[in-house]
Design a protein around this ligand. Structure first.
Ligand code: ARG
Length: 575
């Protein structure tokens, strides 16, 4: 497809200007005011070279390249050369390209031959998979899809929180108050109950804490009984998490979590020691980062057991050696900013210069509409909103809404899953990720707002137009040769422009680790499509006009489905 900036740059290029095509291209702007054209080239920089007033330069350029193909009008306004795209030419190109590429439209090969790791979700086992986890899970999955779409070879890692002193507590609690039947019946809720009880009891009996610490040391030393219990907790937890991942349509290439690194740490403790980075502090060993304003990173505790940051050091080096990544992306809440800054600093001090390729992608908090802060839903006190319950509620509520609408031919059981879960995912990806946001059912499930259901509904609407056309005898699989002169209206043009920008939006969303850039663009496309749908009579008697418009409908449907796919959301044909 024509790269219009390049077309302009080539047309403007002239030896006398003293700029090469890339330099010209970089100067081209998109005017905020559409009456100033689709693209504009400012001539200020040329004034010095050419020893002429910028206005005159602009006028000369405009005169020289007046009739360039692809442009309806080229004119100068003050020091700018303004370019108006030939709408029919443009629409013809975009529609043809999208319909030819189909599911591939929006994808590129920028990252070819390079490996990216996206680490996301990473819940702690034996603890509830609650609504607070949805962010890492869903943002991470979208980033995986975006990096995959721009051509990288992506590995998805679930860095399970399956190690650490809490397992000492869990084992002690289970031995004291647990039962096998209970555990089998409802593993995480039972483990949560034992864990909660542990904290209550420990207030009265602080010696429980010591017992837990000793138990963890035995676990870390590989004592059979402790390892056995730990394994059981891990398996039962994974089975529960998998249920949620299946609902969300999410999978991983590796579940190598914290425990995977338990035997890989001595090497790093030696390395730290050799580099003179370890300091004794009350029996524990730390790396002093005070001079970087980062406090202290604790590497081993006084009882010798390892810590979160130590395991993250081992994990990073393992990944570098094992995958030789170009980039390793960590999708983890902004509450852990300090941890990640400390960890990067320690890696840097250890001489691993590739630490600069490790990127922490933080995000803000979710809270519930009634003011019940998710962070307040402390696991210790046992007050939690399970993610699985949220997803099930979304599906149920969606089914109710759909029953009221009574759309013909819709399999409500199936579609309410796609829409309900899609709605929750879409909401997650709508806001700038770093912002805290409030979860509210009204917002999530609004079929008319800037929501998942709205976009999916638009997809279903486009599908329905195409079905009708087919029923009327139009072959929607042969819309290749159309007369784009029928796609010159303002609403068609606005829509075409948005479809055209999708590949660059995908790249930008990936590079900025910000799926919401794509989500917002997708809402714009849906709104623009609906405006086109209302403004225009699509299934007209004029065969050529109908085919041209249907080609645009088909292209829009493809783009909406592709973008939803990149966000991890299904695109139902009917709803
Ligand atoms: N399991 C941790 C938690 O739930 C998140 C792990 C983040 N990843 C990492 N490499 N530290 O808080």
């Amino acid at each position: 497809m024509t790269d219009f900036k390049e077309l302009i740059a080539n047309a403007i290029y002239d030896e006398s200007l003293g700029l090469n095509c890339d330099e010209i291209k970089a100067l081209i702007e998109i005017p905020a005011d559409e009456t100033m054209g689709d693209y504009a080239f400012p001539c200020f920089r040329l004034a010095k070279t050419l020893r002429k007033a910028p206005q005159m330069i602009a006028q000369d350029i405009a005169d020289r390249i007046g009739g360039t193909e692809g442009f309806a009008k080229v004119e100068n306004v003050n020091a700018y050369v303004n370019f108006f795209i030939d709408r029919a030419y443009f629409a013809g190109q975009v529609v043809e390209e999208v319909n030819e590429k189909g599911p591939e439209y929006g994808r590129s090969d920028i990252g070819e031959g390079r490996k990216v790791i996206v680490e996301y979700s990473s819940p702690n086992i034996a603890k509830p998979f609650h609504i607070g986890h949805i962010r890492s899970t869903v943002i991470g999955n979208a980033l995986y899809k975006l990096y995959d779409a721009v051509g990288y070879d992506v590995t998805r890692i679930n860095h399970l929180g399956d190690y650490g002193t809490q397992f000492g507590k869990m084992i002690v609690a289970y031995r004291k108050w647990g039962s096998e039947e209970e555990l089998a019946q409802d593993p995480i809720k039972s483990l949560l109950a034992y864990y909660t009880k542990f904290h209550e009891e420990a207030k009265e009996h602080p010696e429980l804490e010591d017992e837990a610490r000793e138990t963890f040391v035995r676990l870390e030393a590989g004592e059979a009984e402790e390892v056995e219990l730990w394994k059981k907790f891990r398996e039962l937890s994974l089975a529960e998490f998998s249920r949620v991942y299946d609902m969300l349509g999410i999978s991983f290439d590796s579940y190598a979590g914290e425990s995977f690194y338990s035997d890989k740490m001595p090497r790093f403790i030696d390395e730290l020691q050799d580099r003179g980075l370890l300091v004794e502090s009350q029996g524990a060993r730390i790396v002093d980062l005070e001079m970087y304003d980062l406090g202290a990173a604790m590497i081993t505790k006084s009882d010798g057991s390892s810590l979160y940051v130590t395991r993250d050091i081992a994990a990073a080096v393992y990944r570098k050696e094992h995958y030789d990544f170009y980039k390793c992306i960590y999708v983890v809440a902004s509450q852990q900013n300090l941890h990640f800054r400390q960890w990067k600093k320690v890696l840097e001090l250890m001489g691993y210069e590739w630490e600069k390729d490790c990127v922490h992608v933080p995000f803000g908090l979710v809270s519930l509409a009634d003011g019940d802060d998710i962070k307040m839903m402390s696991t210790r006190e046992g007050r939690v909103v399970f993610l699985e319950d949220v997803l099930n509620t979304a599906v149920q509520k969606t089914a109710e809404i759909m029953r009221e609408k009574e759309t013909e031919g819709v399999d409500i059981d199936e579609v309410s899953k796609e829409v309900g879960i899609g709605a929750v995912i879409f909401q997650e990806l709508s806001n700038n990720r770093i912002k805290d946001y409030v979860f509210s059912w009204d917002k999530v499930l609004n079929f008319d707002g800037e929501t998942g259901p709205y976009v999916q509904y638009t997809h279903a609407r486009a599908s329905s137009v195409l079905r009708k056309a087919e029923a009327g005898g139009t072959d929607i699989n042969s819309l290749g040769d159309i007369d784009p002169g029928y796609l010159e209206s303002d609403s068609a043009y606005a829509l075409v422009k948005l479809l055209y920008r999708v590949p660059e939006v995908v790249v930008e969303a990936a590079e900025k680790y910000e799926p919401s850039i794509l989500t917002r663009h997708l809402v714009d496309i849906a709104q623009s499509f609906n405006k086109f749908y209302h403004d225009e009579h699509i299934l007209t008697d004029n065969e050529d006009e109908k085919r041209a418009k249907l080609a645009l409908v088909k292209a829009s449907r493809t783009v909406i489905a592709n973008c939803l796919g990149l966000l991890g959301i299904r695109a139902p044909e009917r709803m």
